[in-house]
Design a binder for this molecule. Structure first.
Ligand SMILES: C[S@@+](CC[C@H](N)C(=O)[O-])C[C@H]1O[C@@H](n2cnc3c(N)ncnc32)[C@H](O)[C@@H]1O
Length: 446
């Protein structure tokens, strides 16, 4: 294990440090199968750029020795850090601005008693069977589809009339479920199948329609996915300690909100394990729009998007960057694109504020671990990891450790587009994805 000895590391030294870094194969988790990375509740819902759970497990196991540990993730996404913390009997807290992330994470971190879940799923499937079975659609005539009125245009844009009606009827029946835990479980399954039931271009992370696509029928898709989730729940239930299951509210603190301002007391967290958004990369609000419209999670999609870090909507004219490396990148980019330079500046400023917040909430001796890769936009290297290392120091952290890991190709989500930096479909990307990423670890000494 190579700990960084220097108390003071200048930005030039940071660059040297990263250049000299060798890949640590122990952290690549080569050979892990989808059944390993998708174990327990980890395969409930697709989510772009999610962690592999083994990485979080390893960090927690290396850094946590106290039984009452509290682990935080300011960008919890689909909750990989939470599921891992709960499985080990630790408290978990954090934020994500994406409202669908909140629902997914809550459901994934909540083990349900297997017999009860089985009974509830059977009841639900028997109620919706008549909806999905064309032979029996007559029986379901009196079910009024629940289709969020204010998003009707978007729903018509993405769904055939038949699937829209069927989904609307299923949704109405889900909302009739009185047990909130079961209702949320069903909503996550519903949210997960939406892409395949729509004419969203298969495999695309951009909102593109495929008018030739034959969307799958909701009932069958939901039935299959619920079975899969049920198996995951049962395995998760086995590993979670009874005292955690019975007092889950004391262990879980999930908030929809901004990573720069968490409702967490000062000096209360033992470990932060997180992966931030990337600049001008995934537009999470766009990507999850099918769920956002069906579950009616945002009044105005355009306003909603502006809160997301790393999107093209963010610009700051009056704030100054602390990181010299970040400023160099912004200067280089301004020669290519003023617009992109502003977006990059806003991204790094937002992240500096996230690191200040990390410092505030961590206990002395606590660490934050940020997983991040570098990118290239318009020919300019965006050295995210190096900037994060420098920014962590500005926030008061000691740069404790840098791990360079290979991302096994089968785990790589997509290639990045050279011009835009966005994750593109594998077939239309014009550059290789970066097969390495870093875990940048800061220590709060005092
Ligand atoms: C790389 S993903 C995290 C994935 C997560 N590690 C997992 O395993 O699912 C980054 C997350 O940052 C969230 N995000 C973007 N802007 C945010 C903000 N201002 N505050 C909190 N979360 C934000 C996105 O919604 C997204 O879920």
């Amino acid at each position: 294990m190579s700990r960084l000895q220097q108390q003071e590391v200048s930005h030039e030294e940071i660059i040297k440090l990263f250049n000299a870094k060798e890949i640590d194969n122990d952290w690549s988790f080569i050979g892990y199968k989808p059944s390993d990375t998708g174990k327990w509740t980890h395969n409930y819902h697709r989510y772009p750029a999610k962690f592999i759970p083994q990485l979080v497990e390893r960090l927690i196991d290396e850094y946590i020795s106290n039984e009452d540990a509290h682990i935080n993730d300011p960008f919890f996404g689909c909750g990989t850090t939470f599921v891992t913390a709960i499985s080990r009997g630790f408290k978990a807290s954090g934020t994500d601005i994406n409202k669908i992330a909140y629902l997914i994470t809550k459901v994934k971190s909540t083990p349900i008693e297997p017999d009860y879940l089985d009974k509830k799923i059977k009841q639900f499937l028997s109620k919706i069977k008549c909806v999905g079975d064309t032979q029996a659609t007559l029986f379901s005539k009196n079910i009024e589809p629940l289709i969020p009125e204010r998003h009707i245009d978007r729903i018509d844009y993405w769904f055939t009339e038949e699937n829209k009606t069927e989904l609307g009827k299923i949704l109405r029946i889900i909302y009739e479920e009185e047990d909130e835990i079961i209702r949320d479980f069903l909503l996550v399954a519903f949210s997960h199948i939406l892409k395949n039931c729509s004419i969203w271009l298969q495999g695309s992370t951009k909102p593109t329609r495929d008018l030739k696509k034959k969307p799958i029928k909701p009932y069958e898709a939901l039935r299959k996915h619920l079975k899969k989730m049920q198996r995951g729940n049962n395995a998760f239930y086995e590993v979670v300690f009874a005292k955690v299951r019975e007092n889950l509210n004391d262990y879980l603190n999930i908030k929809t909100g901004d990573a720069r301002k968490q409702l967490i007391p000062d000096n209360s967290i033992d470990l932060i394990v997180s992966s931030s958004p990337y600049v001008t990369s995934y537009e999470y609000a766009d990507l999850h729009q099918l769920s956002t419209i069906w579950l009616d999670l945002a009044e105005d999609l355009t306003e909603y998007k502006k809160e997301f870090i790393g999107t093209s909507h963010k610009k700051y004219d009056n704030k100054k960057l602390q990181s010299k490396l970040a400023q160099d990148i912004v200067n280089k980019m301004s020669k290519k694109s003023q617009k992109m330079a502003k977006e990059i500046k806003a991204f790094f400023i937002d992240m500096e504020e996230v690191f200040d917040e990390s410092f505030r909430i961590l206990k002395s001796g606590g660490r934050c671990c940020y997983v991040i890769g570098n990118t290239r936009l318009k020919g300019v290297d965006i050295l995210n990891a190096e900037v994060f290392a420098e920014s962590l120091k500005h926030s008061g952290f000691k740069l404790d450790r840098i791990i360079k890991r290979e991302i096994p190709l089968k785990i790589l989500p997509q290639k990045r587009d050279e011009k835009t930096g966005r994750f593109a479909n594998n077939h239309d990307a014009n550059s290789e994805a970066y097969p390495v990423e870093y875990i940048v670890i800061g220590l709060k000494e005092r």
